[in-house]
Design a protein around this ligand. Sequence first.
Ligand SMILES: Cc1cc2nc3c(=O)[nH]c(=O)nc-3n(C[C@H](O)[C@H](O)[C@H](O)COP(=O)(O)OP(=O)(O)OC[C@H]3O[C@@H](n4cnc5c(N)ncnc54)[C@H](O)[C@@H]3O)c2cc1C
Length: 284
Amino acid sequence: MIPAPFEYHSPTSLKEALDLLASKEDVKLLAGGQSLVPLMKLRLAKPKHIVDLGGIPGLKAIREEGDGISIGALATHADIEGSELLRKRCPLLPQTASTIADVQVRNRGTLGGSLAHADPAGDLPAAILALDARMKAVGPKGERWINAEDFFFGLLMTAVEPDEILTEVKVPVLEPAKTAYLKAAQRASGFAVVGVAACLKLDPRGACEKIAVGLTGVADKAYRAAEVERRLTGQRLEARPIEEAVHEVCRNIEVIEDINGSKEYRTHLARVYTARAIEAALSA
Ligand SMILES: Cc1cc2nc3c(=O)[nH]c(=O)nc-3n(C[C@H](O)[C@H](O)[C@H](O)COP(=O)(O)OP(=O)(O)OC[C@H]3O[C@@H](n4cnc5c(N)ncnc54)[C@H](O)[C@@H]3O)c2cc1C
């Protein structure tokens, strides 16, 4: 399919991109194009203006900053997968990025695009939630930081306003890092039928001081398994308490159903993969 006609803009500064967003009607930002372009080719999206973020300098850097790591929104999945800094200091993100699709998609697709698109089967939202990351959105009123838990609203909906651009993601340094991302992938695309990101901190006695579990693929948006976290905090993470806790992974969640799996199948996968992700994080 060929997309509907559109006007292409290639700003060379953030200000120019924001001005275009403010002055044109029916505008879409373009990052890696790995979600937007297929939608345009199917004519499910027919924007009149495309604002390509690729020519704006400074939106790709990955660097340590204070007590965290700052990642530019245009960093590709491959940049994240290959970053020595992230591998050493926050390995959950490279672990997650490495499971996305294939090398072609990872070379083009971006962290910012993946988060802003908020595909309910996207991998990175689960990791971003488990990491308690923060996202920076810049708009006509200036910049603001959005906590991961307030970021995802629902199917393809986020807290980023139509006149804002997501420019940066801040993740914490995790050392020693007890993290893992595991997913049951849809075979053709690699998208998560169910994906689970687990992030643990143990106290000196070996009990669970802090646990964060982010899930994707299960509902219309990625979410934190609050009840699993509540039950396991303070416990020794042995097989029995994990098994009991993961039964609550879909508590208060409207589990989705589609050609890739029924509600029952997804609930089962969510329990199995949550237990496996916690065990994998424990032995990381
Ligand atoms: C064959 C195939 C397989 C895939 N498999 C997987 C998979 O296994 N797991 C997975 O997680 N993903 C998968 N994807 C999606 C991929 O990860 C995309 O890279 C990602 O969803 C979107 O990132 P992008 O940079 O390509 O964004 P784009 O497609 O350019 O943009 C997506 C949306 O986000 C908006 N946007 C982009 N950047 C910004 C920004 N900085 N600020 C505000 N809005 C912005 C755009 O306007 C658009 O609405 C797959 C894609 C393809 C084509």
